[in-house]
Write a protein of this length. Structure first.
Length: 439
DNA sequence: TCTGGGGTCCTAGGACCC
DNA sequence: TCTGGGGTCCTAGGACCC
């Protein structure tokens, strides 16, 4: 007998206008690592890199958190807090694989699904009462199924809005379920710090503190107009958020299908800052290739190419140019990025990070002259072949960066601190010959 | 605390056009 | 010669999220 029919415990009768689940995997990267190496269980484990590298913690096991280690913390700091922790680089491909497994389970519960990131998702469970019973029971079933099918722990937040579901899954951790009944939103949120609201980060939290606002409940004390003047569009939505409403900001209420990305980028931070032009341009070539490859995988073309440079003092600039014609060709992306680099890098200046971003993406490349079009198609085919080779034999098989002179090749490896194993098979040109940094 | 890499969204100013 | 008001595109920077 379905809920709606049952009346007394039906969806509307019990006050649920919408039923939203937010599912968040617990210590996802670390948990996946534990599946492949059970001896890690219970130990302080940090995923993100070695303890003496530049970088930050991507994920920390609960044992590691006891030492004060948390994600986004510099690896070196984590090392100081717990030198005997196990530091792992991690395996992105495994996380993607398990993310797909999680997704498959969730899809079997509700087709209205949105993966918000690799390890979390929103489900619209409205109207599933006949299948799974009331929301809390459905949440238990889902929690159990994920555990059974993936051997991973997760936490589930259940509420009438995305916002409250998201905050609830946080309150449910670890490995729990937290449900907020309709009408209880404001009361539940009131005692939490404003920083628990997704989108309220360090800066906004500090500004709010200056206004005497520390907790979500305090937001009721302040005039919405003041919030709007002070924080713009986002401030205006804050009042509603305190009441648990979705409206406003990027935290939209609809749970939609995953859309095409708006930008594609790759960047690299050197383990040691460098002012060597050849190294910088070789890395830039590699970043450009990776961007191009991703665009081709997605079937997209970019109109804007952006260079990113960060210096020793951590100050960062971006410089962009919009092209006449969209592209997804390594050579063109690289040439554009290199031109921006040469215009904006002062020789001698040490660089900490260099990156390339492509945006203004579209499936079509726009109108090309016929001859250009044919040339582009041939290049595309060559690059697709190169992409397959790389997928099969490794990143260095075919590459602008690798096709530079031998000394550059080593430098690329050194600079990217490629674990010493510079196994570069016969480099083979895939694209235009004039793409090298010395052309 | 010496600060990754992949993204999204917002703001603000200037150019340019009607 | 003291000079409008929008709309759109582009660029740069920054907050924020996982």
């Amino acid at each position: 007998m379905g809920e709606a029919e049952a009346g007394s415990r039906g969806t509307s009768a019990s006050g649920w206008r919408r039923v939203i689940f937010h599912v968040d995997m617990d210590a996802f990267f670390v948990s996946v690592e534990e599946l492949f190496d059970p001896t890690l269980k219970g130990k302080p484990v940090v995923v993100g890199g070695k303890g003496d590298e530049r970088g930050v913690v991507s994920a920390a096991s609960y044992a590691a958190r006891k030492y004060g280690i948390h994600s986004a913390m510099p690896l070196r700091t984590a090392y100081q807090k717990c030198p005997h922790a196990i530091f792992l680089d991690g395996h992105r491909d495994r996380y993607s694989e398990y993310s797909r497994k999680v997704r498959a389970v969730l899809e079997s519960f509700s087709p209205v699904l949105e993966m918000a990131s690799i390890d979390e998702a929103y489900l619209d469970m409205t109207g599933t009462g006949r299948l799974y019973g009331p929301p809390l029971r459905a949440a238990h079933l889902l929690h159990e199924r994920i555990g059974k099918e993936t051997r991973l722990n997760c936490s589930v937040g259940v509420a009438g809005s995305r916002l409250v579901a998201k905050i609830s899954s946080d309150l449910a951790k670890p490995n729990g379920i937290f449900l907020v009944l309709p009408g209880q939103e404001a009361a539940t949120l009131a005692s939490l710090e404003v920083g628990r609201i997704p989108g309220v980060g360090k800066v906004m939290q500090e500004s709010l503190r200056e206004l005497g606002i520390r907790r979500v409940g305090d937001l009721r004390l302040v005039d919405e107009d003041l919030l709007r003047r002070r924080f713009g569009k986002w401030g205006m939505a804050l009042g509603g958020k305190a009441r648990g409403e979705d409206a406003g900001g990027w935290f939209d209420s609809s749970i939609g299908a995953d859309e095409d990305p708006k930008s594609v980028s790759h960047e690299h931070t050197f383990n040691q800052d460098t002012a060597d032009a050849a190294t910088l341009e070789a890395i830039l070539a590699r970043m450009a290739e990776m961007v191009g490859r991703r665009l081709r995988e997605l079937g997209l073309h970019a109109r804007t190419i952006q260079l990113k440079l960060r210096d020793q003092r951590f100050s960062t600039i971006t410089r962009a140019r919009t092209l006449e014609q969209r592209t997804n060709l390594d050579v063109e992306i690289f040439q554009e990025a290199r031109a921006l680099f040469r215009q904006n890098w002062k020789p001698g200046t040490k660089v900490r990070l260099i990156g390339v971003q492509a945006s203004s993406l579209d499936a079509s490349e726009g109108q090309l002259a016929l001859l250009d079009h044919q040339r582009h198609q041939r290049l595309q085919q060559a690059l697709s072949a190169a992409d397959k080779l790389r997928a099969k034999y490794g990143e260095d098989t075919v590459s602008l960066a690798a096709s530079m002179k031998g000394r550059f090749r080593e430098r690329v490896h050194d600079a990217m601190q490629g674990s010493g194993s510079a196994s570069t098979p016969s480099p083979q040109r895939a694209a235009d010959a004039d793409a090298g940094p010395e052309s």
